[in-house]
Ligand binder design. Structure first.
Ligand code: ADP
Ligand code: MG
Length: 488
């Protein structure tokens, strides 16, 4: 595993700075109900329709741990190859805010449910391991809405109490590409596990981004700034770029970096200070007296381990070994579980090489164009497999296959039927082809002369003409062979 293959360096005057990044990803647990109440977590409901008395923090209400959310967190920990802590503690993190009716957030602080683990990035230059510091469970807050009423801020508590996993990386990331690969890989693992849908538009995955810079070669890390609540990979990259350059400027001007929390303004494309370490909140963490320490057994963990599906790294390895794919192809095919399933379905009865090319080429282009997930593909794996077999056995050329594919895209028709109906079958009868070729030769005597006197480039012209009068149906391989014989 090579190191520092894609580091992000900033040059100023005669100095070179290295950028160091660590992410705290907040992933919403995929669960029908909230962490400590039975209210629904469904996205997009009318404001304040999914709020129980617990979520609204009515006096005397008691939280009850949702066992399913605990399972989801442990499964994610297993997927991150991390240590699962058999004892963890829920603390109260105290602060006042309008969208936080309890006056505190229940979160795990010193004793998280998941300890150290790792995530492997698939970079163009190879793989790189990123350390995971911990994963802890916490409640989400409600949402303040500032743009409905001109005078007042409105509060929607639907999100209040929804379970989040905060996944904290070590400061191992070194570039914008690595941040992109890291978030995508994390999302991919959680989607495979079914523990988070990773939907960034709906806010199911967002991150606090920690950035520092240091002179190249310097050992100690520089002072970091934390940019809060960034909700897309693009914005994370823009925020890091701005922030790293800002820090370099400060240092080059003889200043030093204050550890502070900053906000990224997506419209101005810059970060600005939110609060400095001096006025850092004292959250007065203490164990929530309404919740006992959470203890889980080996049996509980083993049971979940048994049911962990094959994850992207293992699948990638298997695809490379079994199907002789390149690392690049394997990465593309395993990054999404549905894609890998589709691929395996197609190659059950078809050539692996041709299938790989058609899925990563034509099919992906089609899905992209129509903005569809592979699970919504207008062409089923079965029918694509049939099309590939028709290419492989010479019934149609690759070129004809593309037009058949287009027709299939409009209604998942069986490619065999399309070929019959449209008479697209490849012409592979040598006698028939010879007739076409003789006509081309007769009609182009002048070109034949030129060819025979050495202008060999004209060979392509004859192939082209033959293909043309066959309506694109002539078997190109046979046309080549026959033409060669006839012209020499
Ligand atoms: P906090 O409570 O201040 O948010 P956490 O431990 O939750 O602290 O998270 C700290 C995050 O900052 C981690 O993701 C870690 O990798 C990252 N980090 C720590 N030091 C640096 C640094 N010098 N430069 C960049 N990132 C850092
Ligand atoms: Mg933090």
């Amino acid at each position: 595993m090579s190191k520092n293959q894609s580091e992000y360096l900033i040059k100023r005057n005669n100095n070179e700075y290295e950028v160091v990044i660590g992410l705290e990803v907040h992933a919403q647990v995929l669960s029908e109900s909230k962490l400590f109440s039975s209210s629904s977590t469904k996205f997009g409901a009318e404001p304040n329709t999914q709020v129980s008395l617990v979520d609204a923090a009515f006096p005397g209400m008691l939280p009850v741990i949702n066992e399913f959310c605990i399972k989801q967190a442990v499964k994610t920990g297993i997927g991150l190859k991390a240590k699962i802590n058999k004892k963890s503690i829920f603390d109260r993190k105290n602060y006042f805010y309008a969208d936080l009716p309890q006056g505190y957030q229940i979160s795990q602080y010193k004793n998280p449910i998941v300890g150290e683990g790792s995530v492997v990035l698939d970079l163009p230059s190879g793989e790189k391991k990123i350390g995971i510091e911990r994963l802890h469970l916490e409640q989400d807050a409600g949402k303040s809405i500032h743009d409905i009423d001109p005078q007042n801020t409105l509060v929607d508590l639907n999100r209040s109490g929804v379970a989040l996993m905060e996944i904290v990386s070590k400061p191992d990331l070194r570039s914008l590409e690595e941040v992109n690969a890291y978030v995508k890989k994390l999302r991919s693992i959680m989607r495979y596990l079914g523990t988070c849908d990773g939907n960034m538009q709906e806010g199911s995955l967002r991150a606090d981004v920690n950035v520092s810079v240091r002179k190249k070669g310097q050992k100690e890390l520089g002072t970091r700034c934390e940019i809060k609540n960034v909700n897309s990979i693009k914005f994370m990259q823009m925020a890091i770029e701005y922030e790293a350059n800002r820090q370099v400027d400060v240092i080059e001007e003889g200043g030093s970096i204050d550890q502070e929390t900053r906000l990224f303004d997506t419209k101005k494309n810059q970060t600005r200070s939110m609060r400095s370490k001096e006025d850092a909140h004292d959250y007065r963490y203490f164990p929530d007296p309404d919740l006992l320490p959470l203890e889980i057994s080996d049996k509980f963990i083993d049971e979940l381990k048994k049911n962990i599906p094959e994850l992207p790294d293992e699948k990638k390895k298997r695809f490379i070994e079994k199907f002789k794919l390149s690392a690049y192809e394997a990465n593309i095919l395993v990054s999404d579980n549905e894609t890998s399933k589709y691929f395996e379905e197609v190659i059950k009865e078809s050539d692996v090489k041709i299938s790989t090319n058609w899925i990563t080429g034509e099919l992906f282009a089609l899905l992209n164009e129509k903005n569809l997930e592979i699970s919504e593909s207008p062409i089923s794996a079965k029918n694509l497999s049939k099309l590939i077999n028709l290419i492989k056995d010479g019934t149609i050329s690759g070129k004809i296959a593309k037009s058949v594919f287009e027709i299939m895209a409009d209604g998942n028709k069986d490619p065999k039927k399309i070929i019959e109906e449209k008479g697209l079958k490849q012409q592979s009868d040598p006698k028939e082809l010879e007739k076409l070729i003789d006509k081309v030769i007769n009609d182009n005597q002048d070109k034949v002369k030129e060819y025979k006197s050495g202008k060999e480039k004209l060979f392509g012209f004859f192939v082209g003409q033959t293909m043309k009068i066959s309506g694109g149906k002539a078997n190109p391989k046979l046309v080549n062979e026959i033409l060669k014989k006839k012209l020499t």
